[in-house]
Design a binder for this molecule. Structure first.
Ligand code: PAF
Length: 283
């Protein structure tokens, strides 16, 4: 276990710490998180470690990506447990700014992403979300100056938005997507899974099972609409209200009607009780 983990809370402190990490010309990978770390995040940190000599993890629950009606106040926070986990993985540096360090008084600039940010998926249900993500992620990229940044495929639209944004703004960072980590029953790992009651938790794997079956049906030649129709029935049957369940082009996130126009990604967002879950799968 490393006792080298340093935690910095100001931009000036971060700059100095990254300079020290870089002193020997070593590469740096950034894993942006909102904390409440689970095995999904830890897999991102492990991938970061494979890509670069030094690993920086940011922990910041970003108010700009939550609508007033959403769970910013109650979003799970446990920095002590997070640091314990990160220390075990030999993380070099944790960037954990306060809200006022990230958004000082008078802050008035935002990044408004286009392209995949307007795909009509998460953006329809959380119109504030990608502007908030793009603003904080571009700040994180500029603050840390990492060579690589790792994002989970679990937030697939976010991965595409950030990739597009880095390309459009010539940000000198290579974005790497990491596969979704799942519980043994298939539920995608998410910090929000702690909101599920026991019965909701038992019903939740239906989401992934339905996606998996729909992907298999499409691969076997069934029309996309037929495969999605039965997936929809299964998801609703398990007690979810669906926000969207869609087949999209895996790169552009544009609409897609046939497998030959692929690669296809199936994406779902659905609510059970008071919890909203998202998931996706490649076909
Ligand atoms: O995926 C997340 O946890 C957040 O959206 C991110 C990328 C850390 C930006 O706040």
């Amino acid at each position: 276990m490393s006792d080298q983990l340093s935690v910095v809370r100001t931009v000036a402190g971060l700059r100095k710490a990254v300079e020290r990490l870089r002193a020997k010309g070593e590469s740096v990978a950034l894993v942006p998180t909102m904390g409440a770390l689970h095995d999904g995040h830890l897999s991102l940190v492990r991938l970061a470690r494979k890509k670069a000599r030094r690993v920086v993890v940011s922990i910041f629950v970003n108010p700009a990506q939550f609508a007033p009606s959403e769970d910013f106040a109650t979003y799970p926070r446990n920095i002590r447990a997070d640091l314990r986990l990160l220390r075990k993985l030999n993380t070099d540096l944790v960037w954990a700014p306060s809200t006022s360090a990230m958004y000082p008084e008078g802050f008035s600039t935002s990044v408004q992403p286009g392209g995949p940010a307007h795909a009509g998926l998460e953006d329809t249900y959380r119109p504030h979300f990608f502007g908030g993500v793009a603003t904080v992620v571009s700040k994180l990229f500029i603050q840390v100056g990492a060579d690589f940044a790792i994002f989970g495929e679990k937030d697939y639209q976010q991965l595409k938005v950030v990739t597009r944004m880095a390309r459009d703004l010539d940000l000198p960072v290579k974005i790497i997507g990491a596969p979704t980590m799942r519980e043994p029953d298939g539920l995608a790992m998410s910090s929000r899974n702690v909101y599920l009651s026991a019965s909701e938790r038992a019903a939740a794997p239906a989401l992934y099972r339905a996606l998996k079956d729909a992907a298999a049906q499409i691969k076997a030649g069934k029309p996309i609409s037929t495969a999605l129709f039965s997936a929809r029935e299964r998801i609703v049957g398990a007690g979810f209200a669906i926000d969207y369940l869609e087949a999209r082009h895996a790169e552009t996130l544009g609409p897609i009607n046939a497998r030959k126009d692929g690669p296809i990604r199936l994406l779902v967002a659905a609510r059970i009780g008071r919890t909203r879950l998202i998931d996706n799968i490649g076909v």
